[in-house]
Write a protein that binds this ligand. Structure first.
Ligand code: FAD
Length: 467
């Protein structure tokens, strides 16, 4: 029987990054994955394929709508949707193949099969070829991730009523797409198909989009996405979804009690994700879960069984690849006596619409709820030379700083390249910078990052330079 120091179940960004770090630290490590490819949700049906489709569709949109402004003229632009999907598949394949290389390089033994705890030192692995293998471990890390959730009574048939997984691999561009859920995944996929020519309608229960982010970003992104052609029904509840002939009928009710019926070719259900723990054998070990099914852990990511840890989507919190990675690194580094820490407040969130939306730290509402006195500085992208040069004028940067100490408490932005720009905010906040600190850092000109300095100038002394 193979015996390991650390056995990790699940090869998503939580699992595979943890495996690499564990191997670097000298642990004999194995990674167990039930699918034939490594990389989990993120690489196979999440972050990477969605970004590939977002990039391709944005190129198409730019060619269609904006090239002529730059003086670029062409005849007969058309879309080869099959090629667009094939390219996405190729990107996914290359990225997943890279995982295999990394596992080999770090001498991590990969077991392909369904991992089930036998007891607190053994896992049985059921292979697709019906083989059963048993391994022994000293420590185990559960990194089994999540799967799409649905609404009560709503059956995702995976054909016309689909989850994000199917939406990333459609055979055609829907003529009419109804999206239930105006969160990150709903908006990213809405953007893809809106750019490719679908008529997209988003239904959201809350009164704003991307409710996890600062309200200014919700408002701005709704304004921009509406201008691009996406229709929104906010404060609206879905009361039923059914197939009628080849059409999907979505019945909704507004907060005021008005019933609206929507008809589409496809309906994407993007109402969140739930923990995946099926067939893991947690009950056998007495590993506790919360009411929603997330594995319960303490501050060390330790489950109710001492030598079994859990990380990533399966333990809840913000469901992001980089959050899963941080947690895994923390577990194995603490096992060797290192003292890493995770500041969950500084885990940035990004929505890859165009323009991109990104935020870190506290939102304005959170500060108000905590009765923290703050000051705000805001700067519009359109006042930047760089924005005018590229034509990406939409968006803004908003900085929230402590009223007395000037410490930056939150940075929220929407604009071109916000996904990358947010790292300046994360870095300075990690070092507990003040808004004034940002104003004294030289920012290259002309760049979008100048908006961060301008927003900081606004926040700290109300003296922006370019407005
Ligand atoms: P997962 O990536 O879900 O991996 C879990 C793995 O465990 C899977 O491979 C599964 O097959 C395996 N597994 C489960 N049970 C067993 C078992 N019993 N035996 C063996 N193997 C098992 N996050 C971002 O940070 N940025 C983004 O841009 C982003 N975009 C997204 C877009 C979409 C459409 C979706 C759906 C998600 C996106 N996410 C994004 C979220 C991100 O994918 C997840 O937060 C991340 O994958 C969680 O990592 P994980 O390691 O916890 O689990």
């Amino acid at each position: 029987m193979n015996a390991y120091d650390i056995a990790i179940i699940g090869s998503g960004p939580g699992g595979y990054v943890t495996a690499i770090r564990a191997a670097q630290l000298g642990f004999k490590t194995t990674l167990i994955e039930k699918y034939p490819t490594l990389g989990g949700t993120c690489l196979n049906v999440g972050c990477i394929p969605s970004k590939a489709l977002l990039d391709s569709s944005e190129h198409y949109h730019q060619a269609q709508k904006n090239f002529s402004i730059h003086g670029i003229l062409y005849k007969d632009l058309s879309l080869d949707f099959k090629q667009l999907i094939a390219r996405k598949d190729q990107v996914v394949k290359q990225t997943c193949d890279g995982m295999k290389y990394l596992m080999d390089k770090n001498k991590i033994n990969v077991h392909y099969g369904w991992g089930t705890f036998k007891d607190k030192n053994h896992i049985s692995i059921y292979g697709r070829d019906k083989s059963v293998e048993e391994i022994e471990f000293r420590y185990a890390i559960i990194a089994t991730g999540s799967k799409p959730s649905s609404l009560p009574g709503l059956d995702i048939d995976k054909k016309r009523i689909i989850s994000s997984t199917e939406a990333l691999a459609l055979a055609e561009v829907p003529k009419r797409l109804i999206v239930i859920g105006g969160g990150v995944i709903g908006l990213e996929i809405s953007s893809v198909y809106n750019r490719l020519g679908s008529e997209v309608v988003v239904v959201e229960f809350m009164n704003r989009l991307i409710p996890i982010m600062d309200h200014t970003l919700s408002k701005e992104s709704q304004k921009i996405l509406k201008k691009s052609g996406i229709q929104f029904h906010l404060s609206t509840r879905v009361t039923g979804v059914k197939m009628q002939d080849a059409e999907v009928i979505v019945k909704t009710e507004t907060q005021e009690g008005k019933n609206i019926q929507l008809t589409g070719d496809y309906c994407l259900v993007a109402v969140g994700r739930k923990p995946f723990t099926e067939g893991l054998g947690l009950e056998k070990l007495g590993i506790e879960k919360d009411a929603k099914g997330f594995v319960l852990v303490n501050a060390n990511m330790q489950t109710s069984v001492e030598n079994v840890y859990a990380i990533g989507d399966v333990i809840g919190g913000i469901m992001l690849a980089h959050k899963a990675e941080e947690e895994g690194l923390c577990v194995v580094e603490r096992l060797v006596g290192q003292k890493p820490h995770i500041d969950y407040n500084l885990i940035p969130s990004v929505v890859y619409t165009w323009p991109e939306v990104a935020g870190v730290g506290k939102t304005e509402t959170q500060l108000q709820e905590k009765c923290i006195s703050y000051k705000t500085g805001q700067f519009p992208m359109r006042a930047l030379g760089r924005a005018r040069a590229s034509g990406d004028m939409d968006g803004l940067v908003k900085i929230l700083a402590d009223e007395k100490t000037d410490e930056i408490l939150g940075v929220h932005m929407i604009g071109a390249r916000a996904a990358d720009m947010i790292m300046e905010a994360v870095t300075v906040m990690e070092f507990r910078a003040s808004a004034e600190d940002i104003t004294r850092i030289s920012h290259p000109h002309p760049t979008f990052s100048e908006a961060i300095r301008e927003a900081a100038l606004s926040a700290t002394s109300n003296r922006p330079l370019h407005i």
